[in-house]
Design a protein around this ligand. Structure first.
Ligand code: SF4
Length: 93
């Protein structure tokens, strides 16, 4: 049986350098009104988390894998390419 690898261990395989300025923004009002909130489930790196007390979406942009899935799944997420010199580098590919 294959060993189960945690998300944290998988993310360790990706070298990320995003700096402090987020390349992802979100329309928090639209997020609050969305009853489904798909970005909480579709992001493979758990970049988007729900703040239960405020109802806002917390963005951990430094975990982003640049897969683009959030752009397809949500109209209220604005994702841009990281600035030159920033972003992900895959160690084994
Ligand atoms: S691009 Fe992919 S990894 Fe990055 S925030 Fe969007 S869904 Fe998550």
């Amino acid at each position: 049986m294959a060993k189960k690898i945690s998300l944290e261990d998988r993310l360790f395989l990706v070298q990320r350098n995003f700096g402090k300025k987020s390349h992802i923004t979100i329309d928090q009002e639209a997020f609050r009104k969305d009853p489904v909130k798909p970005i909480l489930f579709i992001c493979p790196a758990r970049v988007f988390l729900l703040n239960e007390s405020s109802g806002e979406c917390v963005i951990n942009h430094e975990n982003c894998l640049e897969c683009g899935t959030c752009q397809v799944a949500s109209r209220y997420v604005k994702w841009t390419n990281p600035s030159s010199g920033f972003g992900v580098t895959y160690k084994y590919s």
